[in-house]
Design a binder for this molecule. Structure first.
Ligand code: BG6
Length: 470
């Protein structure tokens, strides 16, 4: 079966500054840099972000390899902690401006569209220590200063911008589930942080509209828009799924794409006395500065059920999880290495949701991928990793994406996480996702079987399915 994708489709991959560059020549530390400095044992094999995949030093060779696997677009992020000199004054580090200029020019010279994101989990840690990080509206203003510098410096060549990667993961990691420094559990703060990040995104978009130098320029946000499937049709499970969807998906999706937070969510937060503090002026900024397009990261679905314990028995004051529990569906198909369910059809459900509930806004899959550990198990005699499981994974997701496009969803691209195996936060290099492998001792990079396979798909805009879709 051959599936044709629209001409001009983005065939690419995504990484981020903090996960690929390494900390070379950076004046500031982000929350992960700092966490590693004070507690290296929290990271898999005690491997931190200091070298990552060495992109700071090897970007020319790395981009050449990305070209070799046929990518026509690549997302990375500009690190706030690298670009800026004085965070308060909004002055820049000239040497690092040069670095990002060189990277952008190198992408363009290789025929690769640079897609630039501004925040990928990398809050400068000093802003947490001084102001409480995203709890503070002053930090929102400092982020906007950084964003404005990026638009001034690079929007002559960069046409594709995104404000935040997965803001809900920042909320969960920093304030609910303890996987991002400062590892707090504080539902009330989490709600304010969720709001402040939306405000920062909308304010950055407002600045973009004034500063952008390129008539083709567009700006959006990257969301992990994951369906929250109910465990059953029982009323409690349906209610749980409804709230999970409001909190995990609609909060950012509605505010970013439609300019309004979902009224049902606001009502619950108000009733529980945890609603964010917002001014009319801020809400107007959010209303008037919606996104041009959207990136969707999809790895695994959420399955939820009615909570087991009553909300009142929770030890802490308020948590969104008082309204839903995660549900492990019997017989679910798993990527055991990462511990995530594999459910490609969710991509179709996402496509239809965007078509029907969000004015069929333009969107792309900005991350999808399969993290596999010890991939050297699959090395062949020529030294290439034969990652057929990854090819199958991509095919199945593309199949359902294609189905969504056929039914009118306005999707313009697919990016794998990630072009070159990169550093994955607490998991460090445990799970590998790339089209290209990295030997972290030597930094030798080698194209995997999936990279060679993807080149053909990208060159022809056609997927010749070898996998039976499940
Ligand atoms: C996404 C993030 O949520 O998942 C990436 O945007 C991350 O930064 C990716 O690396 C894979 O998850 P993990 O935890 O295996 O690195």
């Amino acid at each position: 079966m051959k599936l044709e994708f629209p001409k001009g489709f983005w065939w690419g991959a995504a990484t981020s500054g903090p996960q690929s560059e390494g900390r070379f020549n950076k004046e500031h530390a982000n929350v992960f840099d700092y966490w590693y400095d004070i507690e290296p044992e929290a990271f898999y094999n005690q491997v931190g972000p200091n070298v990552a995949s060495n992109f700071y030093n090897s970007y020319k060779e790395d981009i050449r390899l990305m070209k070799e696997v046929g990518l026509n677009s690549v997302r990375t992020s500009i690190q706030w902690t690298r670009l800026m000199d004085d965070l308060e004054a909004g002055t820049i580090n000239e040497q690092n401006v040069q670095f990002y200029n060189d990277v952008i020019d190198e992408f363009i010279a290789n025929g690769i569209r640079p897609v630039i994101n501004l925040h990928h989990f990398d809050l400068p840690v000093e802003l947490y220590h001084k102001y409480g990080g995203w709890e503070s509206k002053h930090v929102v203003e400092l982020f906007v200063k950084f964003a404005e510098k990026c638009f001034e410096l690079f929007s002559d060549r960069v046409t594709d911008w995104f404000t935040f990667n997965e803001p809900m993961v920042v909320v969960e990691g920093e304030y609910l589930h303890q996987f991002h420094y400062p590892n707090l559990v504080d539902g009330k703060k989490a709600v304010q942080v969720a709001y402040n990040i939306q405000l920062a995104s909308s304010k950055a978009i407002a600045s973009f509209r004034k500063i952008n130098q390129n008539p083709e320029g567009k700006i959006g946000i990257i969301l992990n828009l994951t369906p929250a499937y109910p465990a059953s049709n029982a009323e409690g499970d349906l209610k749980a799924s409804k709230f999970a969807d409001l909190w995990l998906n609609q909060l950012y999706m509605n505010a970013s794409a439609l300019g309004e937070f979902p009224a049902e969510l606001v009502a619950v937060l108000e009733k529980d006395q945890v609603l964010w503090s917002a001014t009319e002026e801020e809400l107007t900024i959010i209303r008037e500065n919606t996104i041009d397009y959207l990136g969707v990261n999809f790895y695994h679905p959420h399955r939820v059920k009615a909570p087991d314990v009553s909300a009142d028995s929770l030890a802490v004051d308020w948590l969104p999880e008082k309204y839903f529990d995660e549900y492990e569906m019997p017989g679910r198909r798993m990527n055991v290495d990462k511990g995530w369910e594999i459910y490609p059809k969710a991509v179709y459900d996402i496509a239809i949701n965007i078509r029907d509930n969000y004015n069929n806004i333009e969107w792309f899959i900005s991350e999808n991928g399969m993290g596999v550990s010890r991939e050297e198990r699959y090395l062949n005699e020529q030294g290439m990793i034969e990652d057929d499981y990854r090819i199958q994974f991509i095919e199945e997701h593309l199949y359902w994406l294609h189905q969504g496009i056929e039914e009118g969803s306005n999707c313009f691209g697919y990016h794998l996480w990630t072009p070159i195996d990169c550093w994955s936060w607490k998991n460090a290099y445990r799970n590998r996702y790339g089209f290209i492998s990295t030997d972290i001792r030597t930094q030798k990079k080698t194209i995997k079987k999936s990279g060679h396979w993807f080149k053909e798909v990208a060159a022809t805009d056609t997927l010749d399915m070898t996998t039976e879709v499940r």
